[in-house]
Design a binder for this molecule. Structure first.
Ligand code: ADP
Length: 571
């Protein structure tokens, strides 16, 4: 079996079924069989004669071969009593005590099942506004975020995973300055990622150096103005010093909505890759590109035939998940089935580039990203159309852009680039579309386990080309990059680049290349060196805006303690 020790550790700790005493009673094969059998069952809804066994075998094989993995909740919960299979949810928060605490309760139910929740706090009246029923004053979005945060802390997801949230505030909310710095103390609001929802009006005001208006969402009235550049610089300052807030481009997200007739999206899921309507959920799955290659006459090449087949299997799998999913709330059940969004994406992109000999930080790399993601996106749409022929279009079809185009689709979106934080460990792949963090590094797996890893393909090349030695691998682990290390051929250095060898410019170019070819969004962190300036960050934000990204998250090395991934040497 190809599963690494890391994969086995992760699976045993959190995924494999346990008995009442907490003993693991499932094998890895057993887990994939459980998932495959359960997800395949959905075919019988549409065809009593369907060959469920054959389909289940197909699902089982792509997972066992590490070619495709669904998001964690599907692996954990399929075929079990809980049965909640989605990773991504967005919940609305109404501007009332009932509304706020309903959202907290609903989030707790979702966290319990392994899903992550995104919220916009933009509808809440600002701090100091009057509360009619009591005559008191409102506490404002940031103070309520702290309540959400504590609730998340308390749930801890019953031993599976701790809850994750996204908190969004529109830039024209009167409390925006407080929001921007609400995570200044990095020990606060730790169960949230936060992003400022930027509007195009705001971006224009930044470019022109103008003031813009703040609006109280409760009554729609202006409460004053702020200078757009001052606010923008404050966002940059905080992101430079702590990595947060991120930014998302709300108008762009909504302009690209495939179901504009259903209203506005105000938030994304926790890691930003999935903008959703209120009460919508989405299940994700990722193809491991490292497995989609074959030996050609001139070294490795992309195996497009197999990739196409795995896309078809992936879309079929994710569409089935919508039908067999047990949703934590009636509203979520209804919304999710209306739009039938799925998010097929990739992992192992950096691994694939290594095999093809293409540097991540190059135009060739960016062009290749376009090409491969375009192939996946188009093929996924074709498969969704095929499913529509048999199963019918998604119910909100008439509210969608596809209706006008006369294209019958089963799913209102098909593609998303997820971070693949855990499933990439299970599949032994580089995460999502990120460059490798380091050729050799120490991984803090969940809480406190530290494991040293060397990239297997690098090790192989080093042996083949005769520059392998134990000392060298140690040295690489210390440095975190091979760019300054002697004894490694230049052509190898050019291809085996890591996150810090890739300049922010290429990070963004790569994100934009994927964004151009996915319906939803792209999970991506733009890494900066410790020495990067605020101006560098500002420039990259503008570039992300200009290149059509839906949002951006940055991280300057060393700016936050307790990094998930860290090289041995402190940069
Ligand atoms: P995985 O690899 O476990 O499938 P990803 O890292 O790809 O998960 O994250 C996908 C989405 O899953 C996130 O954007 C978020 O919505 C959800 N998610 C991730 N980690 C958590 C967590 N600890 N708790 C709740 N939801 C999470």
């Amino acid at each position: 079996m190809a599963f690494s020790n890391n994969a086995k550790t992760v699976l045993e700790r959190r995924y494999l079924t346990r008995d009442e005493e907490g003993n693991v009673i499932e094998t890895i094969e057993g887990m994939f069989k459980r998932v495959a059998d359960h997800v395949a069952l959905a075919d019988s809804i549409y065809n009593k004669e369907a060959d469920i066994e054959e389909l289940s075998n197909n699902f089982y094989n792509v997972m066992m071969e590490q070619e495709f993995m669904p998001n964690s909740p599907t692996l954990m919960n399929a075929g079990k009593e809980l049965g909640q299979l989605s990773a991504c949810f967005v919940l609305p928060i109404e501007d009332s005590m009932e509304g706020i605490f309903d959202a907290i309760k609903n989030a707790a139910l979702i966290h319990k099942s392994g899903g992550g929740t995104g919220f916009s706090f933009s509808r809440l009246r600002p701090k100091g506004a009057t509360v009619k029923s009591t005559g008191g004053v409102a506490s404002g979005p940031v103070s309520f975020m702290k309540v959400f945060n504590s609730a998340t802390e308390a749930v801890k997801q019953g031993g599976t995973r701790r809850g994750a949230n996204m908190g969004i505030l529109r830039v024209d909310h009167p409390d925006i300055m407080e929001f921007i710095e609400c995570k200044k103390d990095t020990t606060e609001i730790t169960n949230f990622n936060i992003s400022v929802g930027l509007t195009e009006k705001f971006m224009e005001a930044v470019e022109k150096g103008e003031d813009y208006e703040l609006i109280d969402p409760h009554n729609g009235k202006s409460t004053g103005t702020l200078n757009a550049r001052t606010v923008y610089k404050h966002i940059v300052e905080m992101a430079w010093s702590t990595g947060e807030p991120g930014i998302i481009f709300l108008d762009r997200i909504n302009r690209k909505s495939t179901v504009p007739g259903l209203g506005e999206m105000e938030s994304t899921n926790p890691c930003g890759e999935q903008p959703l309507l209120p009460y919508e959920s989405c299940n994700l799955g990722s193809i491991n590109l490292a497995k989609m290659i074959k030996k050609g006459t001139n070294g490795y090449e992309v195996d497009y035939d197999r990739l196409g087949e795995v896309v078809d299997i992936g879309v079929h799998f994710l569409d089935n998940v919508i039908d067999i999913n047990r949703y934590p709330l009636q509203e979520i059940d209804e919304m999710t089935r209306k739009t039938r969004k799925i998010g097929l994406g990739v992992m192992g992109f950096a691994d694939m580039l290594f095999h093809l000999g293409i540097p991540y930080n190059s135009q060739q790399g960016v062009d290749f990203a376009h090409k491969i993601m375009k192939f996946i996106d188009e093929r996924s749409k074709k498969k969704s159309q095929e499913l529509a022929e048999i199963r019918g279009v998604f119910p909100a079809y008439e509210d969608s852009i596809f209706y006008n185009e006369g294209i019958k689709m089963r799913n209102s979106t098909t593609t998303t680039i997820a971070p693949t934080g855990t499933i990439s460990i299970i599949a032994g792949a580089s995460s999502g579309v990120e460059p490798l963090f380091a050729i050799s590094f120490v991984r803090n797996v969940m809480d406190n386990d530290r494991l040293l890893e060397v990239h297997p393909y690098f090790e192989q090349i080093a042996k083949e080309r005769g520059f392998y030695s134990e000392e060298l691998m140690e040295k690489i682990a210390e440095e975190g990059t091979i760019s300054h290390i002697e004894g490694i051929p230049e052509d190898v250095k050019k291809v085996f680049v890591t996150a810090h060898d890739v300049s922010p410019f290429w990070h963004i170019k790569m994100q934009a290349a994927f964004q151009d070819n996915v319906d939803n969004a792209v999970s991506k962190t733009v890494n900066f060196r410790r020495e990067a300036t605020r101006e560098d960050v500002e420039e990259v934000y503008m570039l992300a805006y200009k290149l059509g990204c839906k949002g951006i998250t940055i991280y300057r090395d060393g700016s936050r303690e307790n990094q998930v991934l860290s090289t041995l040497k402190k940069h």
